[in-house]
Design a protein around this ligand. Structure first.
Ligand SMILES: Nc1ncnc2c1ncn2[C@@H]1O[C@H](COP(=O)(O)OP(=O)(O)OP(=O)(O)O)[C@@H](O)[C@H]1O
Ligand SMILES: O=P(O)(O)OC[C@H]1O[C@H](OP(=O)(O)OP(=O)(O)O)[C@H](O)[C@@H]1O
Length: 202
């Protein structure tokens, strides 16, 4: 049996569709249930940011999560397979017409991706004040909460509709199948069988 933590929402749905193609079985969470057990798999329905935590602590063997979240958590987990879903980038958002002013003594950045933003500025040896937000990040520069934002960009529509421009990209992201080191070795056959089956339907 393999236990797999899935992030509630679109990535979980798209992942279960891949499982359906790979194993010729339908995998659907019933109503408000958080566990789905079928055909040798136990899927857990968890919050996006909690996926690496379940996998790191061994409550799940595997998980599906965006590289952006993995980078934020800094856990030592193995990236097994790029599922090629949830493709996006983590980039700056700036008020239209403005540029990142690297000569400023300190830049205030609003973001959900605190560590990614911090590392970016550390590399440039620049002082940064991070304001941690949990959603609607694009709002922050519009109401002077921050000079700019670091957020997920897919089509760029959210930024555009809120008078922001997409600035420099910090990293590209897509959903990956991840596994903890213990399960990787202890359940190697099951893990690799799953990897091969999923790879065949990507
Ligand atoms: N517009 C988008 N297009 C493509 N991928 C996206 C988009 N927004 C987010 N993602 C990817 O999907 C993942 C989940 O995004 P989602 O917005 O559902 O989570 P969240 O709200 O950050 O999570 P949580 O529920 O833990 O707060 C992100 O970490 C990112 O990798
Ligand atoms: O470039 P786009 O295609 O417009 O997509 C980017 C938007 O998608 C995500 O938001 P989400 O819907 O997850 O909302 P939240 O982060 O504000 O909760 C992200 O935080 C951006 O706001």
């Amino acid at each position: 049996m393999l236990t797999i933590a899935l992030p509630k929402g679109r990535i979980a749905e798209d992942t279960l569709e891949k499982f359906e193609h790979a194993f010729n079985e339908k995998f659907i969470f019933e109503d408000r249930k958080l566990i789905l057990e079928k055909s040798g798999f136990r899927f857990l329905n968890v919050r996006n940011q909690d996926v690496p935590t379940y996998v790191m602590h061994g409550a799940a063997d595997l998980g599906v999560v965006g590289l952006d979240v993995l980078e934020e958590k800094e856990y030592d987990l193995i990236k097994l397979l790029d599922l090629q879903l949830g493709k996006c980038k983590v980039a700056f958002g700036l008020i239209k017409g403005q540029e990142l002013d690297f000569s400023k003594s300190q830049i205030t950045v609003a973001t959900k991706h605190e560590k990614i933003a911090k590392k970016y500025f550390e590399k440039k040896a620049m002082a940064v004040k991070i304001i941690k937000l949990y959603g609607s990040i694009e709002l922050a520069p519009l109401v002077n909460l921050a000079d700019c934002i670091v957020d997920i960009v897919e089509t760029g529509t959210t930024m555009k509709q809120n008078g922001l421009e997409v600035g420099p990209t910090i990293m590209e992201s897509s959903a990956h199948l991840i596994v903890n080191k213990n399960s990787y070795y202890a359940k190697k056959d099951l893990v690799f069988n799953l990897k091969d089956k999923l790879e065949a339907v990507l």
